[in-house]
Ligand binder design. Structure first.
Ligand SMILES: Cc1ncc(COP(=O)(O)O)c(C=O)c1O
Length: 460
């Protein structure tokens, strides 16, 4: 695998010309997009939603950070595979053989997409939470503490709190935060530094090459929570020299219930199987169990073929984008949104570090005088805009940012057009200027317009 050197000021974590083993396929999705338009077509990209009081709007999905829509290439691929859907690693019929081959091919594709090295293996999981919990159970006894930042998503915080750990408080600058991490790593023998690649709250990117060096200099390994990073920035594990990476298919435009842990084989092979059951064993006798090594050890039960196929297709589609296109798309939308938000009186944007330079398409903000849930309900009911409100599974960080009562988060990706973020900004400006057209109340299920007359689809 050829690897270009890391450029510290670049958003690209490590460049892999040609995209590793995942091969490019020309599809309609790869036509150059119009400036300001979506980068790739997604399922539901033209969805129309009803507005309170009548009328409708094209849905502006600004909640990619929670769950991204499926790429159309992904949905098409899954539909093509379905007639051949069969048992993976079991069954003698042709669909079972095809399914097994597709599943293992998906593993290879994902390995190529994240630049897995010879020492890494890919374990399919349900999501990032599952992957990080699996890793937490695989750290050898006596290997030392786990170090992480207190700004992490709960999925990359709670599993480590069950064992010897140090939660490092984020400092006002990245420079100082890295110094605190260095001190924590030096204080006690450390098995693992577990760190997110991109904040799920503010989108700020962490300097992974420096963090890998910090961990390795202290004799520790590093795990990257790439739930938010992987859909936005190309990562090359081998070029970085990183040890583990976790991601979720549903944030990577492949919402079919799979995720993955990619990482070094020795701890995984030495660990108790994550799930005990069929597929994870070579032999079961009255006396005991001979467990498989390799990914099968942690993939007991019938694997999620469609989830794996979907992730692989998403990797192929993203891999086929021109170099830098993903990052440029994010950056332009983010610039538009931030420029607009900072001009609205009473809108406050959250940022963790004063010296962070790069970020993905995620912006966190609050509107003075309004509860976040109220604003979220207004955006949906009157403007057809979907954002997230709450504390984003990062309670400690939200408090640190002065958003203890919650905030709003706009997050976007390849299916987002500039008009979507403009609509959000227009709606917020109007709210601050004129208030909402409708009255809202907070009930047991949160904020909603009074007399909500929007019809739900007949799916329900
Ligand atoms: C940074 C980060 N890590 C981990 C997770 C957990 O991902 P999942 O819910 O797919 O397990 C999320 C989800 O939002 C996240 O943003």
């Amino acid at each position: 695998m050829s690897i270009a050197p890391f450029a510290p000021s670049s958003r690209r974590i490590a460049v892999r010309p040609g995209g590793g083993e995942a091969r490019l396929r020309p599809t309609a999705a790869l036509r150059p997009h119009a400036p300001g338009g979506a980068l790739l077509p997604v399922v539901g990209g033209e969805l129309r939603v009803p507005l309170v009081g009548g009328g409708e709007a094209r849905y502006a999905n600004l909640d990619y950070g929670a769950t991204a829509p499926a790429l159309t290439t992904v949905a098409e691929r899954v539909t093509r595979v379905l007639p051949y859907y069969g048992s993976v690693h079991r069954g003698s019929g042709l669909p079972a053989r095809v399914s097994t081959a597709l599943y293992e091919q998906a593993r290879q594709t994902l390995a190529g997409f994240v630049g897995a090295g010879a020492d890494h293996e890919v374990v399919f999981t349900r999501n990032t939470t599952d992957a990080l919990n699996l890793l937490a159970g695989a750290i050898p006894a006596g290997a030392g503490q786990v170090v992480f930042l207190d700004s992490e998503h709960h999925a990359n915080l709670l599993p480590w709190r069950r064992r010897e750990h140090t939660a490092v408080a984020v400092a006002p600058t990245l420079t100082e935060t890295l110094a605190r991490l260095r001190a924590a790593l030096a204080e006690r023998p450390t098995a693992l530094l577990a760190i997110t690649g991109a904040s799920n709250v503010t989108g700020e990117l962490l300097p992974l090459p420096e963090l890998v060096a910090l961990a390795h200099d202290a004799g520790a390994r590093i795990a990257i929570d790439a739930a938010q990073l992987a859909p936005h920035v190309r990562v090359d594990l081998a070029a970085l020299g990183a040890d583990y990476l976790a991601l979720s298919g549903h944030k990577l435009y492949a919402p079919y219930g799979a995720g993955a842990l990619v990482g070094r084989r020795d701890w995984l092979d030495g660990a108790q199987p994550w799930l005990a059951g069929g597929g994870a064993v070579r032999e079961v006798t009255w006396e005991g169990t001979d467990w498989h090594d390799g990914p099968a050890r942690h993939e007991a039960g019938t694997p999620n073929l469609l989830g794996a196929v979907a992730i692989a297709e998403a990797c192929n589609t993203l891999d086929a984008l021109p170099a830098g296109a993903l990052e440029a798309h994010d950056r332009s939308l983010r610039d538009v949104l931030l420029a607009r938000l900072t001009r609205i009186d009473g809108v406050r944007v959250g940022q963790i570090w004063a010296d962070s330079e790069e970020a993905i398409g995620t912006v966190c903000f609050a509107v003075d005088g309004f509860e976040p849930g109220h604003v979220g309900a207004y955006l949906s009911a009157e403007h057809g805009v979907g954002v997230r409100d709450g504390r984003f599974c990062a309670h400690q960080l939200l408090s640190r940012l002065g958003f203890g009562g919650g905030a709003l988060r706009a997050s976007f990706g390849v299916g987002t057009a500039a008009a979507d973020v403009e609509r959000l900004a227009d709606a917020l400006a109007r709210l601050v200027r004129e208030g909402s057209r409708h009255a809202y109340a907070k009930g047991a299920d949160g904020w909603a317009p009074l007399g909500d007359d929007r019809a739900l689809p007949d799916l329900l």
